[in-house]
Design a binder for this molecule. Sequence first.
Ligand SMILES: NC(=O)c1ccc[n+]([C@@H]2O[C@H](COP(=O)([O-])OP(=O)(O)OC[C@H]3O[C@@H](n4cnc5c(N)ncnc54)[C@H](O)[C@@H]3O)[C@@H](O)[C@H]2O)c1
Length: 345
Amino acid sequence: MIFTTFALANPNINKNPQGHFGAFLEDLPMEKILIIGAAGQLGSELTRSLAYQFGGEQVIATDLRDSARFEFDYCRFEVLDAMNKEALHDLVKEENVTQIYHLAAVLSATGERNPKFAWHLNMESLLFVLELAKELKLDKIYWPSSIAVFGPNTPKINTPQYCVKEPNTVYGISKQAGERWCEYYFQKYNVDVRSLRYPGLIGYKSLPGGGTTDYAVDIYHKALAGEKFTCFLRADSYLPMMYMPDAIKATLDLMNATRESVKIRSSYNLSGMSFSPKEIFESIKKHIPGFEIEFKPDFRQAIADSWPNSIDDSCASKDWGWKPDYDLDAMTVDILKNLPSYFKF
Ligand SMILES: NC(=O)c1ccc[n+]([C@@H]2O[C@H](COP(=O)([O-])OP(=O)(O)OC[C@H]3O[C@@H](n4cnc5c(N)ncnc54)[C@H](O)[C@@H]3O)[C@@H](O)[C@H]2O)c1
């Protein structure tokens, strides 16, 4: 088993930066963690942090993409289609899995190209996981929701936890329905399912998977490559965003919180920062003065226009102590420093 030294996002958990797991693991109950869709933008970083927390031998990373197995040299990897109910059932049962992180989904922009498929995958796979959790009495389930649950009639500034939600993308509709199913399985069947409404996630370790906020990852690649960036959103299009270390920290904090402190069983509002394409461009220009941008909004502008500008996450702060670490400039400094070691420019 190979463990590389890596920084765990959650400072409360990262008690042992040398990568020695023994003493730390003694404090935790024996859990077996299954991640579905582990090779994506979120999964590739979250899986590593889970391996750090629980030990690589306690973690099974799965994805549809076989080529991803080389990325998981620190834990077991299996090819698994989230739509294959029997294979999922067998793996969970045979391996005595206690927790599932279900990350596989069709995202917002890709979903609009094939709405029926997006609905089918996003809904059916969640229902498989929830049914399995009920049947096998699994310990905990994690399933991410999104700011896409909000819609054009939602208050845009400091969007509250509870408000009108009329999403107009298939992705948003599937996340909203998914939230209702999560709460239903908690209320009716006592399934300990936990969820966060992530804003747009920005990381440098992997490429994004077809969302409306992908531009905020791509822009750093173009800046470092010395290329002009063409932005598919308007210069003033404000959206809630979050740097990946904060998203990982929030996920682990929520999953490590006591059952009683998790009061919301649909999904928690979560906020990191909000910025427009013009502002992220200016943040990068402080370090790369010759960087240039042009704006050519496409179909993703309409999706962005239907989402909030900023999010009120006071319930997450109150219930389990959520607080982000990064603002836009701190994120820019960190990405410009670290991105070149992951991608060649
Ligand atoms: N990235 C964001 O900005 C963001 C924001 C809000 C919510 N989320 C949610 O977080 C989760 C993960 O998002 P991401 O950005 O990592 O997505 P991604 O597209 O980067 O990764 C999804 C992974 O799922 C895998 N997958 C697809 N279909 C599968 C199937 N049938 N069976 C098994 N694996 C399959 C893909 O190969 C991919 O590796 C999703 O539920 C998404 O809705 C992401």
